[in-house]
Write a protein that binds this ligand. Sequence first.
Ligand code: PLP
Length: 456
Amino acid sequence: RDKPVLNALPKNDLASQALDHCIFPIIDAADVKRDGPVVIASGKGMTITDGSGVDYLDMISAYTRANSLGYGNEEIAKAVYDQLCKMHYAGTVSMVTEPMVQLAKSLSELRPDAGLSRAFFVSGGSEAVESAIKIAKQYQIGSGKKPHAYKIIARWSAYHGATAGAMALTDHLSVAQTPDPRMPGVSKIPNPTCYRNPFGMGDEEYAMFCADYLEQQIIHEGPELVAAFIGEPLMQANGAQVPSKAYWQRVREICDKYGVLLIIDEVICCFGRTGKWFAAEHFDVMPDITTMAKALSAGYAPIGAVLTRPDIADAIDHFRHVHTFSGHAGCAAAANAVIAIKQRERLIPKALENGVYFKAGLVEALGEMPAVGDIRGLGHWHAVDFTSNRKTKALPDPKMVKGIAEKMRSLGVLVGAAGTAIEVAPALIASHADFDRTVAAFKQAIESVSKDYDIA
Ligand code: PLP
């Protein structure tokens, strides 16, 4: 089970009060009682400071990967403050505000070739996924194309959120282990993992097997009943799984052949994380519906969005869905400020370049280490995948992976343990010096921790 590395940081009085009054997600209550929780007192740029005054270089964007512009960004804070003073919230149904409309228009212009010019706003990633599912089903039924479609195909190891519908599509973290029954009509197919797969195939051979499996699954489920297929452009389970362009091209072809809508869940990948506004751009694949959240506001306000094409939106004569805070003006102001900063500072293309720099540093420093199996990623999202045997790619001892992440924390660098891998996913303001420090901490931590494990 993944465990936030932050929970091993020192605690203080506020931590005890938090234990008395707060509920903590996806972690064993006993672990929180023993190790944390951690009080974070402040943050500036790439650094956070805990309640005891110790600084950490945050190379994992507040663990959730949402913090894409660093801490203490006054331009975003001011944009939100100004908007809240002027008009904080005007309701949801047919009242719109300037920042909301501006955001909807800007989102459609970030990837104009995709034609995703209709937006629906929500408060986070799970709500975005819930909304995408409803759009897909209502479209299939409302357009008359598939009047009985209710099935969704998702993938093994997927993470799509913790609300009931999104959870049914999820196959990763303890969220996926909540008791049945859950949303009916969901089936899951293999996902194109990198480095390891259950059949020992080469990465590309396995990717095409996974894509072709989608066709078989659609036939098996009954094409007239399948409303949509959903996938993360890069999957998070076991760290930054980057599929091939051919995989996504084939998926698109299959969806078109059977009139299945393609939902690409960009909640964690969007807004520069992989060095593009949307990760799907790397694969030249056009979704019918796409979801986003997290870096959309750089973590400064809770906002998510769903984008779709006008022909899909217009086929729905009455969208049977609503959230009180949809299109919240203050949240939209945060997202607008984030877009302006990322465009002005050219942070998205810089993230792509930084990724090349970082990966080269990782490969040079760690590439030959016996415990290191694979190094992969794009832009500001990379993973080092571990093994106990480089020849057989045998799984690493989970305690070793966790131990390396904890050692890096003790060296002042926060990263995230993700199954067999450790992920590095810093804000887009991370400098080459921050990447260099991370590579050095990685090397030192692997050397110091892996010697206690049997590695062939
Ligand atoms: N979809 C993906 C791909 C995610 O990575 C996440 C969260 O990590 C979600 C959906 C759910 O987002 P949220 O936690 O904002 O509800």
